[in-house]
Write a protein that binds this ligand. Structure first.
Ligand code: AMP
Length: 191
């Protein structure tokens, strides 16, 4: 199973990604989490990524693409994966297509969590208090929403055109959203 989860920052992608990954016994690969781990370990990748993350901007495609390429080459991702937060640009969509085609597989589905913008800004501000993420200040939250709307939201149409898009209402209880996702995904043929 090769899946993507998309949606605006704060829509609950990370939370749902963990449940989906467990359900299908595939790793959930979050580019944001990998960047954050590198930032906290002070690696050269982390130092580079932090400059962008702190501003709410995207890390350059070359850096992000190489990181994902290395990660999905890991043994645990050979039979499938769920990507959370990637691809976010057209160049990343193209790169991912190449990576998957190279293995002779295809993308099975793209889950998009839809969410109300005011509601998610509130959620992100709450998360900022709990987790203390450096990119959860109000200005950066707003910038991240803008960058998503400009660069990533239009990419959803690519997957709609391919007939693999699954749109799920991301509002409501976490367990309700998980249920909606499972219902949509369980009927998919295994590739
Ligand atoms: P996230 O946790 O997915 O919201 O990601 C946090 C931050 O990491 C983003 O605001 C970006 O700065 C960076 N990031 C994560 N994924 C990507 C990506 N696919 N392309 C570029 N930057 C990314």
């Amino acid at each position: 199973m090769r899946l993507l989860i998309m949606g605006p920052p704060g829509a609950g992608k990370g939370t749902q990604a963990k449940f989906i990954a467990e359900h299908f016994k595939i790793p959930a690969i979050s580019t944001g989490d990998i960047f954050r781990a590198n930032v906290s370990q002070g690696t050269p990748l982390g130092i580079e990524a932090k400059r962008y993350m702190d501003q709410g901007e995207y890390v350059p495609d070359e850096v992000t693409n190489l990181m994902v390429r290395n990660r999905i080459d890991d043994p645990d991702a050979v039979s499938g994966f769920l990507l959370d937060g990637y691809p976010r640009t057209q160049a990343q969509v193209d790169e991912l297509d190449g990576m998957i085609a190279f293995t002779g597989h295809r993308l099975d589905a793209v889950v998009v969590l839809t969410a109300d913008r005011d509601e998610i800004v509130t959620r992100l501000l709450q998360r900022a208090e709990v987790e203390g993420r450096a990119d959860d200040t109000e200005d950066v939250i707003r910038r991240r929403q803008e960058v998503y709307a400009e660069e990533t939201e239009p990419l959803i149409e690519i997957y709609r055109d391919r007939g693999i898009l699954i749109e799920v209402d991301g509002m409501g209880e976490v367990s309700e959203v998980t249920q909606r996702i499972f219902e949509a995904l369980d009927g998919l043929p295994e590739s």
